[in-house]
Design a protein around this ligand. Sequence first.
Ligand code: SF4
Length: 422
Amino acid sequence: MTETNNKKKPELLIPAGSLEVLKCAVDYGADAVYIGGQKFGLRAKADNFTLQDMKEGADYAHAKGAKLYAAVNIFAHNDDIEGVREYFGEIKKAGLYRDIDAFIISDPGILMLSKELLPEVDVHISTQSNNTNYLTYQFWYKLGATRVVAARELSLSEIKKIKEKIPEDMEIEAFIHGAMCISYSGRCLLSSYFTGRDANKGACTHPCRWKYSIVEEKRPGEYLPIEEDDRGTYIFNSKDLCMIEHIPEMMDAGIASFKIEGRMKTALYVAAVTRTYRQAIDDYMENSKLYENHMEYYRREIAACTMRHFTTGFYFGKTDEKSQIYDNNTYIKNYIYIGMVEDITDEGLVCLHQKNKFEVGDDIEIMAFSGENIMAKVEAIYDERLCPMPSAPHPKQQLFVKLDDISDVKNGMVIRLKHCEA
Ligand code: SF4
């Protein structure tokens, strides 16, 4: 007899910085996707969504049973208020309040505006609000929020206690994977100070990951190294959060939605992380033994994404010296993103827009939506006029690719190439 887990299945919530990535997240198993509009969502460098994109994204997600949440999570200054009011007005006029399942909001003033102008849309309170205790959650509930995103700085036992003290119908969302801030999520002036780009408006340049030295104020220009070893010191450089091995504990804490960080990530990253967490959650819901038996697979697949080594963050107590990386600030990159299958021609050629260079003869992987990847050899590459090319060096160029086997290849699948360090 199969053991079945009786707990309520958590939502898998995936970030999308563009329509392409949104579709990819849904295809690879997201239960919900969060996006930023062109105005007032943090993550200024993400492509972000026009109202038309939002409509198309919502239709795509809803058709496959997924939800769409839109971030309006800046901390607004006086000068922003009229703009936010207009933005909500545009959403109303376009009828998008019927398509957006919730706004993600940080600022109490914006919450008030949202409730006044678009009362039909649920409100989730962003992690930017640093929601660290049950009274805060009760406060947001009284103001009409249906969900609060837990501060990354909470332990699982703190989250569990909060869950016990909030109304039954209030949900807790928490990060399960992705980059960590060294400060309280985003409440940090480093980027503003060094580069004039404000983390609280989504424009962080990640200076916490830079290399630092100490200068004594009377000796300008004399850099005193604070070295962990001879490769330098990156004192604020956190490892990335990864809780793939702790899904039971996350569920036990009463977390209703498992959130992946990263609205600026590529489709390759989103496909790999979504597919792996999808399978891990589904396996665990079906049978905890199945989940344990597949652990090696999850670890391997998650390690295939770009990352900075992993930590469990604050979930099992305060972070320590093992939560940071001291000797470099670069990502580990195991695969290169080649493109996404856009179509397969009558002649059997895979149509894509190139993201990174690849060549005839390369062995590529096509990421199946679930299960084993499809391994294929690139037999020929053709440009838009079907002229053959030995390699594909031009980013964004439309290409037609002949593979040795396309039998299981489907539109929307992500194509990757194993990365070999030069
Ligand atoms: S500089 Fe680092 S700690 Fe500060 S907001 Fe940016 S990512 Fe977070």
